[in-house]
Each structure stands twice: as C-alpha cells, then as structure tokens.
Design a binder for this molecule. Structure first.
Ligand code: SF4
Length: 249
C-alpha cells in the first residue's frame, strides 16, 4: 500500500515515541521531500559551531535510507546548505535568488546573527563582488519564507555566541527580523526534531508553538522523560540497559 503524506503525519505526530524516526519514516519523508511542487528548503549557517548540522548528519537509521541528511540531499527540496548541497559558488547564489524571487520556501537558520560592524563579522556569500552579510541574508530571505526555522539554541535565542561582552552584537533570528520563528532549541538540537518540523511544514500543517516559539509537540506536550528513547527499556524492567551507563546516554 502506498504511504501518503497524511500517513506519514500520523506516524510522526501520533506519539512522542514515534519521533525516534525509523528507516521507514525516513523513506516516507523522502517521498514528501521529493515532490517537485513542494516548498524548497534553504539552510543558512551563521554564528554557530555547526554542531546542529553534525547532529543532523549523525542521525543514522538501521536500514536505507540511512540518514536524514541523505534524504534531504537526494530530494528536490534542499537547495542550499553549506555542507550538504551539491551547488556551490555562483550557481548556488543564482539558485537562492531564483527561489527567493518565487517565495514560499522554508528558511532554516543554524546559528545566531552578528549585527555589529555592519554585519561583516559573518558573511553569507558574495554576489558579483559585494559581500552579502549573514545578517542581510537572514532578514532578506525570511521576508519571503513560508516559515523560518531556528535550528538550535544559537539561532533561537542567541545561545553560546550571545553572552556579554558579545563583541559582534550577536542576536537571535527573531530579534533581527522582528518576526516570529519556529525555535527548535537545543545545543545541539535533536535531529529527529528537525526532521519532524520540516516534515510538518512541507505537509502544510500548522506547527503549534509555546510562548518561547518552540513546537509544543516537542517541548511542552510531553514530560522530558516521555521523550527519552531509553524509557521503553526502563518500562520493560531493563534498567541496566536504560540509564546510568558510561558513554551511552
Ligand atoms: Fe553549536 Fe549549540 Fe549553536 Fe547548535 S545550538 S550551532 S550545537 S553552539
């Protein structure tokens, strides 16, 4: 039986346990992302350690497709990511501009936004010589995005780069755009949470947010222990396989 995007939504949204996506879930996500008529995803990296991307890249299933990153790279939806996208240089800039002029894409931002020195502490790319600052790129691209996702605590709230003395004037994405963002907080954030939110948006579903702009399904609907992937073993009485094991948690 063919799995529809609606079925995938049920799998993703039915319970906290389902957020630990299986290879089957990833395969269904692949189907959703491969829709050439669906929104595209632009993923920018600013004042960040790239840990959220690494967390995302490390998400491995036990059968193909093995990684969420692989799903995105092989889809028609991810048109730009510094580490993952196949486009680079002028062709990447041209593609971003094409998608920007069309509008309706998903903007994922990893990292906070330096605002001092005219934003030149962090550059996005060059466009026919003038440097485009990350600050400028985030403000511009968020203006035509169907949703702006903050991947990790840096983009969501400033994170590690923002505390005093903050010489580059780092701010969160919503502080510089003046617009609400979907804050997938965490340092790094959990890869399945990124997949979950991207899937909801590509499926055209509203993502309910808590007062901090975080998806309620991920941050406030369930107690933290319900989100723990080791809880099932604990419930089965397999305590030795669930908590307190060196190099495991
Ligand atoms: Fe790195 Fe943490 Fe910022 Fe992610 S939220 S980019 S892991 S410092």
């Amino acid at each position: 039986m063919k799995t529809t995007p609606r079925d995938f939504l049920k799998i993703c949204g039915a319970s906290a346990a389902a957020l630990g996506l299986s290879a089957t879930d990833l395969g269904q996500l692949k189907e959703v992302l491969a829709d050439p008529n669906g929104p595209t995803v632009i993923w920018l990296q600013g004042s960040a350690c790239t840990g959220c991307s690494v967390s995302f890249l490390d998400r491995i299933a036990d059968a193909p497709p093995l990684t969420a990153a692989g799903v995105l790279v092989n889809s028609s939806s991810l048109i730009y990511h510094l580490d993952l996208a196949t486009l680079a240089g002028d062709s990447a800039v041209a593609e971003i501009e094409k998608v920007y002029s069309r509008g309706g894409y998903v903007l994922a931002v990893e990292g906070a936004v330096p605002t001092k020195f005219g934003g030149k502490a962090c550059l996005g790319w060059s466009d026919n010589d003038p440097d485009v600052t990350f600050h400028h790129a985030v403000v511009d691209l968020s203006s035509r995005a169907v949703a702006t996702l903050c991947v990790g605590t840096c983009a969501s709230f400033g994170g590690i780069p923002a505390p005093s003395p903050n010489p580059t004037g780092v701010k969160s994405v919503s502080a510089v755009t003046g617009k609400p963002t979907i804050n997938i907080a965490g340092c790094p954030t959990h890869p399945d949470w990124i997949v979950y939110v991207v899937a909801q948006i590509l499926l055209g579903n509203q993502v309910a947010l808590d007062p901090l702009g975080r998806p309620k399904d991920l941050f406030t609907k369930y107690p933290i222990h319900d989100m723990c992937m080791r809880r099932a073993k604990y419930e089965l009485g397999l305590k030795a396989q669930s908590f307190g094991i060196d190099n495991f948690c």
